[in-house]
Design a protein around this ligand. Sequence first.
Ligand SMILES: C[S@@+](CC[C@H](N)C(=O)[O-])C[C@H]1O[C@@H](n2cnc3c(N)ncnc32)[C@H](O)[C@@H]1O
Length: 447
Amino acid sequence: MRGFVPTPAGVVDQMVDQLFRGRPPTQTSTVLDPGCGPGAFVDGVLRWCTRNDAPLPRIVGVELDSHRYREAAQRYQPFRNVEIRQADFLQPCSERFDYVIGNPPYVSILGLSERERDAYRRHFDTACGRFDLYMLFFEQALRQLKPGGRLVFVTPEKFLYVETARALRRLLSGVRVREIRLLDEATFGPKVTYPAVTTIENCPPRGGTWVILRDGSRRLVTFPADGAALLPQLHDAGLRIVGGPTLADVCARISCGIATGADEIFVKDLSELTPTMAKRAYPTISGRELVPGKPPSSSKRMLIPYDSEGNLLPLEALGDFGTYLKGSRRHLEARTCARRKPWHAFHDSVPLGEILTPKVLCKDIAAEPHFWVDQTGAIVPRHSVYYLIPRHADQLPALVDYLRSEEATRWLRANCQRAANGFLRLQSSVLKRLPVPAELIPRGAAA
Ligand SMILES: C[S@@+](CC[C@H](N)C(=O)[O-])C[C@H]1O[C@@H](n2cnc3c(N)ncnc32)[C@H](O)[C@@H]1O
């Protein structure tokens, strides 16, 4: 069954403390643990009540997976106050609880069937774009929380900033999110990167949300009503230049490099090419080959069956290259893109005429943002490299200077999504929003 990640007892105890802080349960209180698994949070509530000599509230655990349901149901059979149900928590339910606590499943849309995705989209505002089940768990838990009730969830911190979670942030802007504590990265081993414990009360927002960062420092933030990401508030609110010019205004292109769909066929070392093949081969570079402090350079060549207008050339026009491709036909036909395109086409279209111009390059995933310049414009960036082409070629040096500035670096650190190892994702959608100084807009040019 998908999405099972057990919560360590230490984290459970911290969360239960948070759940009952200043508001201990009574005998008539009700606690819900959605996705209870074998019962980590049920145990946590029982421990808290024993330690604090408090009466046991009624605890309901809901679990979809039959094995884990049976395991929990058996364990808690002797406890009159504990009820374990085998049910889908994401089904409509009119029951309301004083407390909700849990560790929802982290299952991306890719792990769901088409039918499930459609059903969730119909029933949940948070089921937008490439949503994840934990976002829907937040929404359903809020529906089942009594007015004034308290919820504590541990989830990935991503919902604070990914675009997919905009609807969830909008939802959270309508309730009192008391605290978000970012947990140590190693809390769940490699299974969950960047976990966060969120404490919510089902009442109108008041006084902002304290975010406790991993270094122990605190920031007071508010969930904006439009669902905007919280990262700018968390790192450096002053850098957000609303309404000013952005990188999208000064660049004609901010794009991901070329995906051939079969680099093992289309990317070769120069020494492997015949003279006629070399005519169709262009210097190319991958993210790994970009080294900070060194100019971009590689002995690799990308064999490109397109003309400068981006038209795919027939095999007969490619000479030796065409013959070489025919030898790999079965391999190329197996690519998903070959279902809708000629078998020797690339995965993506190739705006070759536009790419072959002086430009800025950066890795798609990097520990720190670094920018390189392709001075001659000869390089065709691969899929792991983004390229930026200024609207006016003479702006290139000023643009690179700015991209390498402390100000731009700080903004990118604050606004880029994180990859698994804490590296930054320099996506074009984020790069386009980077505020730039007005001096970068050429005089007389419309931004
Ligand atoms: C991240 S695990 C947490 C387990 C346990 N609460 C803990 O913290 O150790 C999430 C649990 O949710 C269950 N689950 C997934 N989808 C569910 C659904 N729609 N309804 C109820 N449980 C679900 C999974 O089977 C899994 O046991």
